[in-house]
Design a protein around this ligand. Structure first.
Ligand SMILES: [Fe+2]
Ligand SMILES: [Fe+2]
Length: 198
């Protein structure tokens, strides 16, 4: 269960398939940012030993995903390069509270929601790519099949960490608020072939 307050527009996958190079470049940046977000929590909360091992494992796994997506870009004759940041994650995280420990709870929930939306969209891409004619597209579909299971697991891990540090009713209430905020940001995002755009 991904705890998202909205389902993606079905037309998103058509825009993604029309520019797979752009989607893969965006995806590579996302995996790199997911690793950085986990490491950032390790640096920010040395007083929370419970976070260290799971977030270290998660950061390593995201870097393996980053390498897998770099390889997929290479196979298509495309390469990694700079990219202008999409507004999504910044807008999601801007409502995080600044005072501790609320800041930690909001950081964990924002990461959980980003993982959930990535998993949802990887599922849409996977279905479309596995049904495609060409073998390169189907190979990419198999890559997404593997990755989406990991991102759904990361979603659950961030919520489990939140529930181990905060009372469950508090986590549930804040998850509900931030999930509605995430859905509103996405409904207002630019129409552009990116993972967290419309
Ligand atoms: Fe990942
Ligand atoms: Fe992830």
């Amino acid at each position: 269960m991904l705890h998202l307050a909205s389902a993606s527009e079905p037309s998103w996958v058509g825009r993604a398939l029309a520019d797979l190079d752009a989607i893969l470049l965006d995806h590579a940046h996302l995996e790199k940012k997911a690793a950085a977000a986990a490491l950032n929590l390790i640096f920010r909360y040395p007083d929370r030993p419970l976070l260290m091992q799971p977030l270290s494992e998660l950061a390593r796994e995201e870097l393996l995903h980053f390498e897998a997506v770099l390889a997929a870009l290479g196979k298509r004759g495309s390469s990694f390069g700079p990219q202008r940041p999409a507004p999504y994650a910044g807008r999601l995280r801007e409502v995080a509270r600044v005072k501790e420990p609320e800041r930690l709870l909001d950081s964990l929930i924002c990461s959980a929601l980003i993982e959930a939306r990535s998993a949802e969209r990887m599922g849409l891409l996977k279905d479309a790519l596995l049904a495609a004619e060409g073998e390169p597209e189907r190979a990419l579909g198999r890559l997404y099949q593997g990755l989406l299971a990991a991102e759904a697991r990361h979603h659950r891990l961030y919520l489990d960490l939140a529930e181990s540090l905060f009372p469950k009713p508090e986590v549930d209430a804040r998850l509900d608020q931030l999930a509605r905020h995430e859905a509103a940001i996405l409904a207002d995002a630019p129409l552009e072939p990116r993972f967290h755009n419309r």
